[in-house]
Ligand binder design. Structure first.
Ligand code: ZN
Length: 411
């Protein structure tokens, strides 16, 4: 039995194979959740897991769990994972590095003929991005009970297809209910998706928590009418109500930008959205986030007020269909300390960092002790086909992932 080591070339080959599935703009991926390309990468991932001797199963919302047996399988597993779906203009590493990094950990243990005491488990969460079905992180959210099983399956994309229908179509509607089995702990390795680590020359980011964030899905209703003769004072243009809200959210972001706040107008759809006619329906997605929870709460309250004001100004009605929150300091101190210690022991340039993006880890943290490991990505570019990491950018984080997984699984 030798000491397990990460084989970066083996990991990189798997990343490159993944990057061939669901190609988008040059260099990037467009692998939307439960699309044909998502099915293809899931099929390959399961093949890779089987080849590594892992036992795979699929739950009722398509989350894939792949278990490597321990010497005492009565103990809950140490779980490592992330997501294989991407944004419509996504990169090759966001989420993918975490799932395939977990696979590399299992392969490294096999190569070293190392049997851990506790089982290890890899997870690929369904629809982390929310790029096709809103809200994001819905697979992990359903698993931990934040969202109901049927509610999750009923989420629909722009073409009216539901998560449940699409899971069945691609063969990933598992028979296991999406209810949580016990985890010993959960580690998620992920690229930072921000510029801090790359700028500072840091090799490993120790994620202490995340920006407190609130996303909102709002529907506005008005009345269709002719764009010419219809008097201004009688207009009920839902498109205008939605536009006013999105500008207000952007303004809120600017008002808090000095202290690190962000306000995002992410999406506007309207019907009929044609020349010559006022729209009687519009839907928006927006979010606000801030490193300080109190400021984040103020921003979220201002969004709530802005919804009413935007509707009133356009003489429309507004309904909040869904809100979702994530972030805060909800990771387990003991695990965060373990990540930091492992990185320093390896001699890597290390810093504590808050995540500004949403991750499945925030959902899982409601269920079991959780921590995240960040790797730098060039200039922080992400959700963009130009997202770029090298082997050297990812290798230190993979080493740390291996170390903390072993520490936990062998205790
Ligand atoms: Zn991600």
């Amino acid at each position: 039995m030798s000491k397990p080591v990460i084989d970066v070339e083996r990991f990189w080959k798997t990343i490159e194979r993944s990057a061939e599935i669901g190609g988008g703009r040059p260099g990037g991926l467009s692998r939307l959740a439960l699309s044909d390309s998502d099915r293809q990468v899931r099929d390959e991932f399961i093949e890779w897991c089987r080849a590594a001797g892992l036992n795979t199963r699929i739950d009722g919302v398509g989350n894939i769990f792949a278990r490597r047996a321990g010497s005492d399988n009565s103990l809950p597993p140490v779980v490592l994972g992330s997501h294989l779906d991407t944004q419509v203009n996504g990169g090759r590493f966001d989420g993918i590095a975490g799932v395939l990094g977990a696979l590399e950990v299992c392969r490294a243990l096999d190569t070293a003929n190392h049997r851990t005491r506790r089982p290890l488990e890899i997870v690929n969460w369904t629809n982390e991005e929310g790029g096709r079905f809103s809200p994001p992180m819905v697979g992990s959210g359903c698993f931990v009970g934040t969202y109901g099983l049927q509610w999750t399956r009923d989420r629909r994309d722009d073409d009216g297809k539901s998560i449940g229908e699409e899971l069945a179509r691609i063969g990933y509607l598992g028979d296991q209910p999406a209810s949580p089995h016990a985890f010993d702990c959960y580690f998620e390795f992920h690229i930072e998706q921000g510029p801090v680590l790359d700028r500072d020359g840091t090799q490993v980011g120790v994620v202490t928590g995340g920006y407190s964030s609130t996303g909102t899905l709002v529907e506005f209703r008005g009345e269709t009418a002719h764009t010419g003769p219809w008097p201004m004072e009688r207009r009920r243009n839902a498109l205008v109500a939605a536009a006013r809200l999105l500008v207000a959210v952007d303004d809120i972001g600017w008002d808090f930008a000095g202290s690190g706040g962000k306000g995002t107008a992410a999406r506007l759809v309207a019907w009929p959205n044609k020349p010559g006619i006022l729209s009687d329906w519009a839907q928006t997605v927006c979010d606000v986030r801030h490193p300080d929870p109190a400021s984040a709460a103020v921003m979220a309250e201002r969004v709530r007020r802005a919804i009413g004001e935007a509707a009133a100004r356009a003489n429309c009605t507004a309904e909040v269909l869904d809100t979702w929150t994530w972030g805060g300091r909800i990771f387990a101190d003991e695990l965060v300390d373990l990540v930091r210690a492992a990185s320093l022991r390896r001699g890597y340039r290390t810093q504590d960092i808050l995540s500004q993006a949403g991750h499945d880890a925030y959902m899982v943290a409601h269920h079991s002790p959780t921590a995240m490991i960040f790797a730098p990505c060039r200039n922080g570019i992400t959700h963009n086909n130009l997202e770029l990491c090298t082997r050297e950018d990812l290798a230190p984080g993979l080493d740390v992932l291996l170390d903390v997984a072993l520490t936990r699984a062998d205790r």
